[in-house]
Each structure stands twice: as C-alpha cells, then as structure tokens.
Design a protein around this ligand. Structure first.
Ligand SMILES: Nc1ncnc2c1ncn2[C@@H]1O[C@H](COP(=O)(O)OP(=O)(O)O)[C@@H](O)[C@H]1O
Ligand SMILES: [Mg+2]
Length: 286
C-alpha cells in the first residue's frame, strides 16, 4: 500500500464554490501533521486474534480536512485512536508532527496529547455543571495554562457561539453542544484534531452546521482535522477521503463528492462480505 502523501490542497467546499481565504498556500511542502509507517494493531491472541490494522502507511496532510471511511469493523476507530496516541500499537511507528509518539513514555505521551491533539466525540462529552466557556477552557485550566485570548476569540467567532458562552450544555441544542466541543478541541491550537463520527448524534441540519465549522477551522484557522464518518455527505466536506477495508487503506479520493463517496463505499461493502462487517451497516463506534 503506497503512502498517502501530499495531494494538492484544495480549499474547496462541498458545493464546489471556492472557500474564503484560500488555505492552499504553502501546504504542499509542509510536513505531515501525522504519519504512520507499517502500523499494525491486533487485538487478542490465538483463535480470537483480530488484526484491526494491517501494515498501514498513511500521511495526514497539515492544514487539511481528511475523512476516514470504511465498512463497520474495517479499523476506522482503531486507526484514529492509534494516530491520536490513545491506543498502543502492535508494531509500526507513528508521528504527530515531528514527534514519534510510538517512542514516547506514558507521561510524555499524555503531555503531547494534551498539548498537540484535540478530540471531538460523537457524544459531545461536555461537563454538565460547567458553562460552555468553562468547558472550552477546561483542558487548559486543568493543565494550569492560559488559553490565548485572541485565539479563543477567533475560535468562538468562527464557531458562532459567542452568545452561548454562559449557557450550560443542557441549555444548548445538540448542534450547539457539538460546536462547543469543537471549540474545546481547538482551544489549545492543537497540531491535529480527531473527530470520531462527530455528527452521529445530530440531525442533518445541525450536522451540516458542525461540518461547516470543522471545514471553517481548516480554511480559516489553518487547523488539521481527521474525521471518521460513515456518512458520504459528511465525508464530502473533507479534502480527501481515505477508505479502509479489513484493516488496510484500499483507496483514496480527493475533492470528494457525496455521490463519488457513496459509489466507492458501495463497492467496498460488496467486497468485504467475508470481513468483520457482517454485522450490517451500523457504524460500530468504539
Ligand atoms: N478492544 C477491542 N478488542 C477486541 N477487538 C477489537 C477491539 N476494538 C476493535 N476490535 C476489532 O477490530 C476491528 C476494527 O474495529 P474498529 O476500529 O472499531 O472498526 P470501525 O471503527 O471501522 O468500525 C473489528 O473487527 C473490531 O471488532
Ligand atoms: Mg468505529
């Protein structure tokens, strides 16, 4: 499997209209935001051994929006968790920016995750007793560091939650809660943001809103986003889609349209009938 490397930056939007503030400049030569070399992850042993990732080579372009798709059980969540340093690998190496995370001890890894990685989960994972603003700055507050106020202001403006900062999560819609969760992920200006099915709990309109803001964080704030999704429309917001099947990256698509993604997903679903995806079309989030 070839390394996925530096296709042209696009800065497009799903509708095909040019996005504001073209993000294209300078990205072609930038180092990858994250990279894996011969990444293998197996669970269990003997009869019950499952190879979730099979010698995957992948490069996540900096300042780009990457979607990861594939049938249920194809290894999407595992790939994301390994790249984010949330899970150990069986073999292979992973870098976030210039740092090889597979060479770090637990404490260094914890610090790197805190400083360089942002997460957005399907279940927004906001603390109910804190205001939106307190939720956004919580990771920095815990780490005893100040959130750059100018950056925070831009993030809040980009996400359109300026008038919701004093509200508690229960006073916000699902879409607003997820926007707060995206703001929290962006607050430390991380090297990379990982989102696992971020729109999975949202109606399509709120989902579109959140995807628009993830897109905006790439176009306007030059962030790097990696998103696992099973939704072709969600994937069409990305610059590139990586398709997984049976623990391998089998295809990639740049400037994806929902139709093109759907067509490829159909082919992959057809191919992997003997794979672990026979549990149907549920997204199997872990
Ligand atoms: N903690 C685990 N223990 C055992 N098997 C696991 C574990 N997590 C994932 N798997 C297996 O690894 C494969 C890939 O899982 P996953 O990455 O969750 O797929 P996806 O996110 O694409 O649905 C599946 O066969 C799954 O059953
Ligand atoms: Mg999953």
């Amino acid at each position: 499997m070839p390394a996925i490397s530096e296709p042209e930056p696009s800065g497009r939007t799903p509708s095909g209209t040019p996005s504001p503030g073209s993000p294209a400049s300078g990205h072609a030569t930038a180092p990858a935001a994250a990279r894996a070399e011969r990444l293998t992850k197996a669970y269990g042993a003997g009869d019950t051994r499952v190879v979730a990732l099979d010698t995957v080579d992948v490069e996540i372009g900096r300042g780009r929006f990457t979607a990861i798709m594939g049938p249920s059980g194809s290894g999407k969540s595992t790939l994301m968790h390994c790249l984010a340093g949330l899970d150990t690998v069986t073999s292979g190496r992973i870098w976030i920016g210039d740092t090889e995370i597979t060479a770090l001890g637990e404490r260094q890894l914890t610090r790197l995750r805190r400083d360089s990685v942002g997460f957005v989960f399907q279940a927004f994972n906001l603390l109910p007793t804190l205001s939106a603003e307190e939720n956004i700055t919580l990771p920095a507050d815990i780490a005893g560091r100040r959130t750059d106020p100018d950056w925070l202001k831009r993030v809040i403006e980009t996400l359109g939650i300026g008038d919701r900062l004093r509200h508690r999560p229960s006073e916000l819609s699902g879409g607003q809660q997820q926007r707060v969760a995206v703001a929290r992920a962006l607050a430390s200006r991380p090297e990379i943001i990982f989102a696992d099915e971020p729109t999975g709990n949202l109606d399509s309109r709120s989902g579109a809103e959140v995807l628009g803001f993830l897109r905006g964080s790439v176009d306007e704030l030059a962030q790097t986003v990696v998103m696992v999704t099973h939704d072709p429309v969600a994937a069409s917001y990305a610059d590139i889609v990586l398709f997984l099947a049976d623990g391998r990256i089998v295809e990639q698509l740049t400037a994806p349209t929902a139709d093109a993604v759907l067509e490829r997903m159909g082919r992959l679903d057809g191919q992997s009938v003997d794979g672990p995806s026979i549990d149907g079309r549920s997204s199997g989030n872990r």
